[in-house]
Design a protein around this ligand. Structure first.
Ligand code: ATP
Length: 859
């Protein structure tokens, strides 16, 4: 059946629905028949493949092959241990990746879109995946169309179908049946298609297709939900590739030097491959994913839902937060505090005109006196009106003066109009909105002046002002252009309301200032109201500027650029101007977070470095475009998220520093020993053991480190900053050299003493030095004794476990056979322990020097 050519009667009959939709019971049957209304995801990597993929690394494959070859050469125990270590390694990698994938999936599910459906004759809000063909749904500006829908009602309904048809202008929708059965979706004006965005108006309609049967399902094929690499991972991958060449060259050098010394070729090759596996940091990008996914889970607990993983890594770099006022900085709990009605207004029955206007010109869904849903401004108006009139009177007024037309609220125009039937076959037009918007609808200069002075007066004391105008029309107006309709009107009065600032916001703003982040308020409200609140919560200061949308429109790009960094409040701006603000800040090298809730905010949310949508009051469209969703709409949550972002980035830097330092120490030890005329200090299995146990577990636990004490008292790091800046690169080199030096010194001493267990000592010192290192780099700014051992329990557990495992390898007889170690006498173990502490103390000393002499590096 072609729905766009059918009449509405045929549509409901064809769908076995009714003008009031279907029943809940019928829907339950249909969902079994048609399936859930979702696009299928591309097949996820099955767990077994994810496990196998752990071996995809070239060097690991080579090592596995070498180990298998070694079995045939008679090296059975060694080979089996190598294979077991590789398996354990793969299993750990697999578990981490699998868990990270699962938590990202769970977070993704938290952003499901809901739809208003009429079932059993009642309106209810359901998750869009539960829709079935035949359902009757309500569509509003800001919604993403949840399924393919044949429209039965369209009031100024305009839909952006660019995602489906490529047409960039929103399409005006209608409900009349069309003639041509072969029309393409873009021309089917009485249909709304899944995934398109409602930019204006409202409508109703019947679901005709769901899930993969929709037009979007047909063209989209399968969704690929795989997370791409984040910028940091990409950079690290590139760096890793270059590093691999250096490591492979060093390994080749070790083989050549060994051959020259007449050592066994196969053993040398196995050793160098093991070393390459240990030293090439192939696991770092995966570790970053784990850290970011873990961070996203923590952020979700703090009410910030991450939609795009790279946002977690760059959150800490935000230098500007541009925030909406209403609801984000304020509580969105409006209360009417002032009313002013013009004298000699027409009467509407028993009602004073202004109250009647408040009762009629609004879109609140009012079931009972205390059950009002809708926009907070409007709820406040209805609540104030209900203080003077009963709910029954309110309902009877609405039925007497029925609404016959409307121009919905639009944040560009900042006003809305409704048309009502009026005695003597006339019609009443009521317009309410920002005082400037009402100003130019009025017909009397003196009244205009009165409106202006009064509303400015109210706004200066922080009051949000709404003005009302009206006119009586002889004929029902054609509602097309706002300017044709909203003119020659009479002033009716003003209503003033307050919306208190959120209590926690002031402190959050102070915290931002200390952290080098500038907060900017962007609002559609009056400049005086905006400035009052901006001062109250600490955004506006003596040197800060306020710009209005009109002033901004007048400024040239250069003129605006000259003052963008001093402008702290933007008032009466339209959503489209937000984009200009972001671009200007970005061209001044700022990293901008921007909040938005409306349909028109989508472009700026996309353009911002971190686009933040509102979970409670935001539209679906803004949520689709954002990188982050605030589940509680609260500004303070952004600040918590930034702090978390800084913690995650710091910890990534720490484990990258840790792993690379350990690897460089291992490489140097093996390379330099023969050059100094000593035997190769470690066996392949010992190297792999160090790589698996000492490197892996503590690195992972470093991601759990708490935020640095001063993390919100320093300026942000640029998002493009290298992981090796701020002394990290130098640290890797010098601590790597020190660690290798201590290990080699142990070897030299033990050989000099003629002890048979010199190798076990070298093995132990290298292993334990790394544990000392991890304890010291837990913080960049606090010494371990101050920080306390227990502030990161995971890390202490990892260190203890690793220590006891190492002792097991040294003291358990069967481990001695497997790892070719010998039990150390107490004195020698003591020497190993003391030597292992050298690196710990050296790194703590490095911290002291940085704090003392280079505080800018001590982060
Ligand atoms: P924010 O601070 O988040 O930008 P805002 O509520 O101040 O939010 P808008 O919602 O764009 O910004 O509103 C701008 C102006 O439009 C308000 O100051 C008010 O004068 C007017 N306005 C707001 N809601 C309505 C409404 N429902 N009907 C008519 N006018 C409204």
């Amino acid at each position: 059946m072609k729905f766009h050519t059918s009449s509405l009667n045929d549509v409901t009959a064809g769908l076995k629905s009714s003008p009031h939709g279907i029943s809940g019971a019928e829907a339950a049957l249909r969902i079994g028949q048609y399936g859930r209304n979702e696009l299928l995801e591309k097949k996820k990597t099955p767990p077994w493949l994810l496990f196998l993929l752990q071996f995809k690394d070239f060097m690991i494959l080579i090592l596995a092959i070498a180990a298998i070859l070694a079995i045939f050469l008679g090296d059975i125990t060694d080979s089996i241990i190598i294979l077991v270590i590789l398996l354990v390694n793969a299993t750990v990698g697999f578990i981490l990746e699998f868990r990270a994938g699962k938590s990202m999936e769970a977070l993704r599910k938290m952003t499901t879109i809901t739809t208003q459906v009429i079932r059993d004759g009642k309106i209810s809000t359901l998750s869009s995946v539960e829709l079935v063909p035949g359902d009757k749904v309500i569509l509003e500006a800001g919604n993403v169309v949840p399924a393919d829908i044949r429209l039965s009602e369209a009031k100024a309904l305009r839909i952006d179908e660019s995602s489906l048809t490529g047409e960039s202008h929103p399409i005006d929708k209608s409900i009349e049946p069309l003639k041509d059965p072969e029309l393409s979706p873009g021309d089917q004006l009485n249909m709304a298609f899944k995934g398109t965005l409602i930019t204006n108006g409202r409508g109703e309609g019947f679901v005709v297709a769901t899930g993969m049967n929709t037009e979007l399902g047909k063209i989209a094929g399968m969704l690929d939900e795989k997370e791409p690499f984040t910028p940091l991972q990409q950079r690290l991958n590139k760096f890793g590739k270059k590093l691999s060449f250096i490591i492979l060259a060093i390994c080749a050098l070790i083989v050549i030097l060994g051959l020259l010394r007449g050592e066994d070729a196969f053993h040398l090759i196995l050793l160098s491959i093991s070393l390459a596996v240990a030293a090439i940091p192939e696991s770092l990008p995966a570790l970053i994913t784990v850290a970011l996914a873990g961070g996203s889970v923590r952020l979700a607990r703090k009410k910030a839902l991450v939609k795009k993983l790279p946002a977690v890594e760059t959150l800490g770099s935000v230098t500007y937060i541009c925030s909406d006022k209403t609801g984000t900085l304020t509580q969105n709990k409006m209360r009417v505090v002032n009313e002013f009605a013009v004298e000699e207004l027409p009467s509407l029955g028993e009602w004073p005109f202004l109250h009647a206007a408040m009762a009629l010109n609004q879109d609140v869904v009012a079931k009972k006196e205390n059950s009002l849903t809708g926009e907070s401004t409007e709820i406040a108006l209805v609540e104030a009106m209900l203080l003077a009139h009963s709910f029954e009177e309110f309902e009877s007024l609405q039925s007497t003066f029925q609404r016959v037309g409307e121009l919905p609220f639009d944040s560009e125009r900042k006003c809305m109009s409704t048309v009502h039937s009026y005695p003597d076959n006339k019609f009443l037009l009521i317009t309410k909105g920002a005082s400037e918007s009402i100003h130019h609808t009025l017909n009397n200069e003196a009244v205009k002046e009165q409106l202006k002075t009064m509303s400015e007066d109210w706004a200066t004391s922080g009051i949000r002002v709404l003005a009302y105008a009206y006119k009586v029309l002889d004929q029902k107006p054609e509602i097309k252009e706002a300017d044709d309709l909203e003119k020659d009107m009479h002033f009716a009065g003003l209503v003033g309301m307050v919306d208190p600032a959120r209590i926690e916001v002031k402190k959050a703003i102070e915290e931002c200032k200390a952290a080098g982040i500038t907060i900017v308020m962007i609002t559609g409200d009056h400049p005086a109201t905006a400035e009052y609140i901006a001062r109250e919560i600490g955004i506006m200061d003596e040197s800060g500027l306020l710009l209005t949308g009109a002033e901004l429109a007048e400024l040239s790009d250069d003129g605006f650029l000259a003052q963008v960094e001093r402008t702290l409040v933007y008032a009466r701006v339209s959503p489209a101007q937000k984009l200009r603000i972001i671009r200007a800040l970005q061209s001044r090298e700022h990293f901008v977070a921007m909040t938005g809730d409306g349909v028109n905010d989508a472009p700026s949310l996309k353009a911002a470095n971190i686009g933040i949508a509102m979970g409670i009051n935001g539209t679906d469209v803004s949520k689709e475009a954002a990188h982050l969703i605030l589940l509680d709409d609260n500004f303070a949550t952004i600040v918590k998220a930034v702090k978390e972002g800084r913690r995650i980035f710091d910890n990534i830097r720490k484990f990258v520093k840790y792993v690379l330092t350990c690897n460089s120490a291992e490489l140097l030890t093996i390379l330099v020993a023969p050059i100094l005329g000593m035997p190769i200090p470690l066996l392949p299995i010992q190297i792999l053991w160090i790589n698996l146990v000492t490197d892996g577990l503590p690195a992972l636990a470093l991601a759990r480190e708490k935020a640095e004490v001063g993390s919100m008292k320093r300026p942000p790091f640029p998002a493009s900053e290298s992981l090796f800046s701020r002394g990290a690169g130098i640290h890797i080199v010098w601590v790597g050299m020190l660690m290798a030096g201590v290990t080699l010194a142990t070897q030299a001493w033990a050989l000099h003493e003629g002890t048979a267990h010199w190798q076990t000592m070298v093995f132990t010192v290298l292993s334990l030095s790394q544990l000392g290192h991890v304890l010291a780099i837990r913080s960049n700014t606090t010494f371990l004794f101050k920080q306390g051992l227990l502030s990161n329990k995971a890390l202490i557990a990892a260190v203890l476990l690793t220590f006891f495992l190492q002792m097991g390898v040294v003291y358990l007889p069967f481990m001695n056979t497997l790892f070719k170690t010998q039990a150390l006498p107490v004195f020698d173990l003591g020497i190993c322990l003391v030597l292992s502490l050298v690196v710990f103390h050296a790194v703590e000393f490095e911290k002291w020097i940085k704090i003392r002499f280079f505080p800018q590096l001590a982060h």
